[in-house]
Design a protein around this ligand. Structure first.
Ligand SMILES: C[S@@+](CC[C@H](N)C(=O)[O-])C[C@H]1O[C@@H](n2cnc3c(N)ncnc32)[C@H](O)[C@@H]1O
Length: 248
């Protein structure tokens, strides 16, 4: 089985199974071939820190929805220790079992927003991180309900980063460009031109319409919302982007 087949179409329960499978690397457990994440997570975290500036403050309440179990939650926990933050983590029990217990960490096992019992924190969370999770919610549940539930948690001044969103429209723009053709040829070692189909249905894939609808919905709910690029050195910056939302 190729990595592509193994990690294609993952669901919340698919991640539970990966979390409980022996013999996988910490990147494979969260659905990535090692080449996508090994050596990149410090850069990814630096990019997240640049956007979630509340992490630089003291004594914040921080929530990571879908933290997985590779380097990112550990880097985030280290920041929380340094800055005196409380860290709430919501993911499957199998995934959370890989993260060591810590006096600073509170685990909310289950699927957000249905499980996890985070409603008691409505309006009281200063930082919410949702990194590389939205694409799975997109096929299994309502991204609007997910967004609304995230927004309800934010305290005044609170920041929500819905990061690492694969946007098929951005991907198409890239592979239709000269830079994209060069990238494809270098990756495949061929002279092929990548096939890009516009005006075709992309079932299950997030596109510009979906990204911009989330931004519009957050704004209509009274939040500032922006589409922001990933740092150029990140492995999928040419086809993914982030949504940053701030409660005024
Ligand atoms: C691709 S991994 C990303 C992990 C981590 N955020 C990172 O970028 O390294 C997706 C994670 O989201 C979790 N997940 C997916 N849907 C979720 C939901 N509705 N609520 C909580 N966690 C979810 C999965 O169990 C998995 O751990």
């Amino acid at each position: 089985m190729t990595d592509h087949q193994r990690f294609a179409a993952l669901t919340f329960d698919g991640f539970r199974a990966l979390a409980a499978t022996d013999g996988l690397s910490r990147y494979e457990r969260i659905g990535f071939p090692d080449s996508y994440r090994a050596g990149h997570e410090a850069n990814i975290y630096r990019d997240v820190r640049r956007k979630l500036t509340n992490l630089d403050l003291r004594d914040q309440r921080v929530l990571d929805i879908g933290p997985g179990c590779s380097d990112l939650p550990h880097l985030l926990l280290e920041t929380c220790r340094q800055q005196g933050h409380e860290l709430l983590l919501c993911d499957s029990p199998e995934m959370l079992a890989h993260i060591p217990d810590d006096p600073r960490v509170r685990k909310f096992p289950g699927r957000f927003p249905q499980d996890g019992d985070l409603a008691a924190h409505a309006g009281r969370v200063d930082v919410v991180l949702v990194y590389s999770v939205l694409q799975y919610v997109f096929v299994e549940a309502s991204v609007f309900d997910f967004l609304d539930a995230c927004l309800a948690l934010l305290a005044p001044g609170g920041q929500l980063l819905i990061g690492d969103v694969p946007n098929v429209s951005k991907r198409k723009r890239f592979f239709a460009s000269d830079a994209g053709v060069r990238c494809h040829r270098a990756f495949t070692g061929t002279d092929e031109t990548p096939e890009v189909r516009f005006n075709a249905p992309d079932r299950g894939k997030i596109d510009d319409a979906a990204v911009l609808a989330l931004v519009a919905r957050a704004r209509a709910a009274g939040f500032d919302a922006y589409v922001v690029p990933q740092a150029a050195e990140l492995p999928m910056a040419n086809r993914r982007e982030d949504i940053l939302i701030v409660r005024p």
